[in-house]
Design a binder for this molecule. Structure first.
Ligand code: ADP
Ligand code: MG
Length: 227
């Protein structure tokens, strides 16, 4: 029991250090970014515009990696409320629509009435964004992705089904490992964040994949308790 307490407090310390480091890294980055933007507006730097743009992009990329990384380490289950999963999904419809259309793809939402669950609104939203973006990225133009909710026995299931090329078996065990990506400009943090969020909701993630595409199932327990 005592060992367990120690482990928790050192995890806590790691979390605090991560937050501290992120602060110490982000502030200087913000300064550098600001000066780069100022230089870009000065005469004489115009011919180097592209270099400046790349530098700013790279800073923004590091910044988003820090954000994603921190949200993975957070183990708090705060701000859970009894919410309707379908409402969260409907609220996201305009965002999903824009993401899909800009890639010449579409997203179909098929919901069943499901019981309310203890959810953190922002986290579930982030989980779904990471999942459907992966799905969209896996598909060819003209294809459609399906998001479903339904009840199954004692579970509420959120399923994200794409018609992409599937996930190769040798990659399956690496999914969710920080920085694992097969994409040229991927961060490899999306699924790690999803797994962390699912764990905080007592939910499990199952994956079905094949030549016809991939389905991620996020399985929430009905009547989940966090005491
Ligand atoms: P990223 O999207 O930045 O690569 P993720 O953690 O979201 O990072 O995903 C890690 C890897 O898992 C992806 O690079 C891809 O190889 C694989 N993957 C995730 N979702 C899917 C999917 N729906 N279809 C095919 N491959 C996927
Ligand atoms: Mg991703």
């Amino acid at each position: 029991y005592e060992k367990e307490l120690k482990r928790l407090s050192s995890l806590d310390l790691i979390g605090q250090m991560a937050a501290g480091i992120s602060h110490e890294v982000r502030n200087p980055m913000t300064t550098v970014r600001g000066f780069l933007q100022l230089l870009l507006m000065e005469n004489g730097y115009e011919k180097h515009r592209h270099y400046f743009e790349v530098m700013i992009e790279e800073l923004d990329r590091v910044n988003s990696i820090i954000t994603e990384f921190l949200s993975m380490g957070n183990t708090k289950t705060s701000d859970l409320q009894m919410l309707d999963l379908n409402t969260i999904i409907f609220d996201m419809a305009p965002l999903m629509e824009i993401d899909a259309v800009t890639q010449n793809k579409s997203i179909e939402v098929v919901t069943e009435d499901v019981p309310k669950l203890l959810l953190n609104h922002n986290e579930v939203r982030q989980l779904l964004i990471n999942m459907y973006r992966n799905g969209l990225e896996a598909m060819d133009e003209g294809e459609s992705l399906t998001i479903r909710t339904y009840t199954e026995a004692d579970d509420v299931v959120l399923a994200v089904q794409d018609r992409g090329k599937g996930i190769r078996p040798e990659i399956m065990e690496k999914l969710g490992t920080p920085f694992f990506t097969t994409k040229d400009n991927g961060t490899g943090l999306g699924l790690g964040v999803c797994y962390a969020i699912a764990a905080r909701h007592n939910a499990e993630i199952e994956i079905e994949t094949g030549a016809e595409g991939t389905t991620f199932y996020i399985i929430f327990k009905i009547g989940q308790r966090f005491d």
